[in-house]
Design a protein around this ligand. Structure first.
Ligand SMILES: C[S@@+](CC[C@H](N)C(=O)[O-])C[C@H]1O[C@@H](n2cnc3c(N)ncnc32)[C@H](O)[C@@H]1O
Length: 440
């Protein structure tokens, strides 16, 4: 299990006074931790090749045939993850979690959400205590992070909790249903709504905070390969001989994009060499631009594994950062378990920032998760647990180990945290940006 040897629920969400933990949120079911392995990555044990979900495989093969023999890798990834009714992210089976394929920070420990609650409260103060403060959380899954944030605010900052309206923007209808069942169970349904992304895109701009944890990495990527005669793009074809999908190189589907990307990277001081591979996600940048435009007054906050472009496109990462996660093992083969394994690539924070600026947002800060959580006082909860005579040693050590993992500079602590503002103050720095991060 990826980095997880622990079993059971990370820490007691009840400790925070949020009432009973909603059944659907109770752990052993949701999270992921890809970025906690070395991002140079080492393929896990793959065993016998397994093509994956037959419906997804058939749909991709049909599309390849219709397209004359190949489709861009970006389209392959989009179908593998989001084919209606069958793709990896849209099916009924719950993917993140101890029993799933990977573990995310909110699933690792509720303290992550407790710390974020402080950032929510800080944003509310920076906006002048609005009567209604909307948190629009993208890719909210079953609502674990939302629950931890709300539970914490109700206990620590009831005046903020009273202003918060929480909108779970989640692509998967099963997750939306589970999230709302969970919120009803604990009496939070009155201030939470779960909404399809297309529907939310049409909603009026919010005063508040747009938030996304480990969502930007889930958007499809273009795979570009540097060649002497110009950039090439990875396409996916079907090989009867190999009895599976194979990668083929061709002229970029969007030649203008590839050329302008190379020029932009050169301007950022990125030197590329023959054979270097770059995964870029115009879809993630478009999504973040739209998320920023959806903030009328307030902030957009993205947490994910990735780097600014000059760091992302350097050294060993120029071998590509696309990884596949399944059953807590990691591989770099996207062509097995199609529709049954997560596909993800490191996030280009420079591209997100540029998209945010184009949407009229200003950069507030880019830091690491370790520095962000330290600034928000993550250690306070450990101290509280330590001081509480009711804390048993197992609970304490579990919490301590989670804190280390969340801030570990060699693991989740090096994730990036980008905050941008629209019509909202950028200085002094928000609470989560007061500690300086180590250099990326
Ligand atoms: C890796 S999970 C992260 C879940 C949660 N944020 C966490 O940290 O545990 C990514 C989630 O984003 C959702 N998702 C993917 N693309 C999305 C989109 N375009 N809009 C909203 N949700 C999306 C997936 O269904 C999934 O629940």
């Amino acid at each position: 299990m990826m980095g997880r040897g622990e079993s059971g629920d990370g820490v007691n969400r009840r400790d925070n006074g949020g009432g009973a933990v909603p059944t659907a949120i109770r752990d052993d079911d949701h999270p992921r931790t890809p970025g906690t392995t070395d991002d140079a990555g080492s393929p896990g044990t793959t065993g016998e090749p397994d093509l994956g979900n037959p419906e997804v495989v058939a749909a991709i093969r049909a599309e390849i045939d219709r397209a004359g023999g190949r489709i861009p890798f970006e389209r392959f990834m989009q179908m593998a993850l989001y084919l209606p009714g069958a793709g990896y992210y849209v099916g009924e089976r719950r993917r993140p979690g101890r029993g799933g394929d990977f573990l995310t920070a909110p699933e690792l420990h509720p303290m992550f959400g407790f710390a974020l609650a402080r950032q929510v409260a800080d944003c509310w103060e920076r906006l002048g205590h609005p009567d209604t403060f909307t948190v629009r959380e993208y890719g909210a899954g079953v609502g674990g992070l939302a629950y931890d944030i709300l539970a914490s605010l109700h206990v620590e900052r009831p005046e903020v909790a009273a202003a918060v309206r929480y909108r779970l923007v989640e692509a998967n209808p099963f997750r939306r249903e589970q999230a709302m069942a969970a919120m009803r169970e604990v009496g939070l349904a009155g201030q939470v709504e779960a909404i399809d992304p297309a529907e939310e895109a049409a909603a009026p701009p919010i005063t508040g905070l747009a938030l996304a944890n480990e969502v930007a990495d889930a958007f499809p990527v273009r795979r570009l390969v540097v060649r002497g005669d110009g950039p090439r793009e990875a396409f996916v074809a079907w090989s009867d001989a190999a009895r599976g999908f194979v990668e083929v190189e061709g002229a970029p589907a969007d030649a203008g994009y590839a050329a302008s990307l190379q020029a932009a990277l050169a301007a950022d001081g990125v030197t590329l060499a023959e054979g270097d591979r770059l995964e870029v996600s115009p879809a993630a940048a478009d999504w973040f631009g739209a998320a920023c435009r959806g903030v009328g007054r307030g902030y957009a906050l993205v947490i994910d594994y990735g780097y600014p472009a000059p760091t992302l496109f350097s050294g060993h990462r120029l071998g590509g950062t696309l990884r596949a996660y399944s059953g807590h093992t990691v591989s770099d083969d996207p062509f097995r378990l199609v529709g049954e394994q997560d596909l993800t690539a490191h996030v280009d924070f420079t591209a997100l920032e540029q998209a945010g600026r184009a949407a009229g947002a200003e950069t507030v800060g880019l830091t690491t998760q370790g520095a962000f959580l330290a600034s928000l006082g993550l250690g306070d909860w450990l101290l509280r647990l330590q001081a509480d005579p009711a804390t048993d040693p197992a609970t304490y050590y579990q919490a301590q180990s989670a804190v280390f993992r969340l801030i570990d500079p060699g693991g989740m602590g090096r994730f990036g945290v980008l905050m941008m503002a629209r019509d909202a103050p950028v200085s002094p720095p928000p609470m989560g940006f007061t500690e300086s991060p180590p250099p990326f």
